[in-house]
Ligand binder design. Sequence first.
Ligand code: DAH
Length: 345
Amino acid sequence: MIEKLEEIKKHALDDINECSDEVALNNVKSKYVGKKSVFNEIMAGMSSLSNDEKREVGSKSNEVRNLITEALDNRLKTIKEEELNKKLNNDKIDITLPSRKRKKGTYHPLTLVRQEMEDLFISMGYDVVDGPEVETDKYCFEMLNLPKDHPARDAQDSFYITDEILLRTQTSAVQIRSMLANTEKKPFKLICPGKTYRRDDDDTTHSHEFSQIEGLVVGENISLSDLKGTLEIFAKKMFGENRELRFRSSYFPFTEPSYEVDVSCFKCNGKGCNICKGTGWIEILGSGMVHPKVLENCGFDSKKYQGFAFGAGIERIACLKYGVSVRDFFTNDYRFLKNFDRKEL
Ligand code: DAH
């Protein structure tokens, strides 16, 4: 039996060495170490042996089986290495081939302008807040000192969903929301950029859907000079260091006094051109000192606190900055948008 085992060992090692792929190796494996392997015969013959012989044959049988298993493992490793090398030799990659250009997504120009404004106000300690586009009449108008029959409502022709719910016509609604949410009635500074809607006919300068940025500062000893200083920093950041501001008296129900603010034309420097329609000035926003009634409506003591507020159209600022028309922002023409792309590498 010992000789038989020696023979099995020799045959097995020869068979293993002859295998050149995994399938052949698996066949050899089941022949020698599988369930119906040649070792079964040896095991069957063991019963007729003496105890000493059993021990000798048993240990030889284990030794041969281990040797075969080891040889199978080694051969498998070699076969896999050979296959990998073959693959590496055949699948050569030409690293000098120029890659295909992938089109990257770009920020929309309105997003770029919004981010620039947000960064500026954040650097001055403002919070950036958000509010719903579907708003109540109460927050969008009534608490802003525009009761139902107020004539100023006509200027903001609205999309009503029910009698009391509408698409907000102005981000000023967020003034009310943020003052009500401020339960401790502490001073604060915030801006709110967001979408607004009015029943306008769309043309080169109007769109029924547009965006505004609202600013609101409430605190003690806040005066008109704070508003002026803040808007000056804002205009210079957006349109250039040499810009001047002009405050024109105006009327908004939620501010008193109220101003419309013009910036000196950045194209002609005040001489008059097509951008400023010959006036030298371009209107950029509405603003004023928060009306005491609005403060009181929201639980702020108007004897102790004052506030200033402003609201600007983001499209308008972007149109002026990039010299494009409002419609360009909504058609999403790739040829237009790609002008705002990061550099292609
Ligand atoms: N909400 C106004 C509008 O849409 C703009 C505005 C004017 C906002 C004066 C303000 C403000 O906060 O103080 O026309």
